[in-house]
Design a protein. Sequence first.
Length: 221
Amino acid sequence: MILANMITSKLIILPLLAATITFLMLPYVRRLSSRYGAIDIPNHRKLHKYAIPSSGGLAIFFGFLFAALFFNRPTPEILGYLIGATIITAMGLLDDIFEFPAATKFFGQILAALFVIYSGVRVEFITDIVNNHGHTIDLAFLSLPFTFFWIIGITNAINFIDGLDGLAGGVSGIAAWTLGFVALATGRYDAGVLAFTLGAAAFAFLPYNFSEKRKIFMGDS
């Protein structure tokens, strides 16, 4: 009963805290983006007509990070995950400002993925969705490379879809909450709480992504 109450409290408090911090930080991040040149300049391939600040992901990151650290004593896996997230966010922010070449960004992604894997995070099995009998496939020695390419692949997939208002933030939030439900259903409570917290931070970003007067993009950060 005590454990259930603690989990329920975290599932309510942490997402609310992350969403609140993200939403309150966005005006400051928007001003700092403009000041330091993290700006998305329109061209013939883009839909927007004027320069728009492009480091909204920084607010999402700090909202999530503060909430995750405020109520949790990080395990080695969570700590490694947060270090990896910090590297990805920092590299993305610098890219929003200086426009790094692809090789530099890829190096940062590799470093982040290695931190996460070294901390003990692994994709050790996948569900056999073809036969659909709940059977799992043990990845065995493929676990490490699968985890590595999964982290880098998802990171770039989210970056690539950050072109339409609400798309990247909405997909990130929905994906995080879906994983949260799956984690809770399989008894992975810490992962579930973190997923709902991240999803709430992503959703809190959306009002600024749709607003014409206060618009900001998520950017590579």
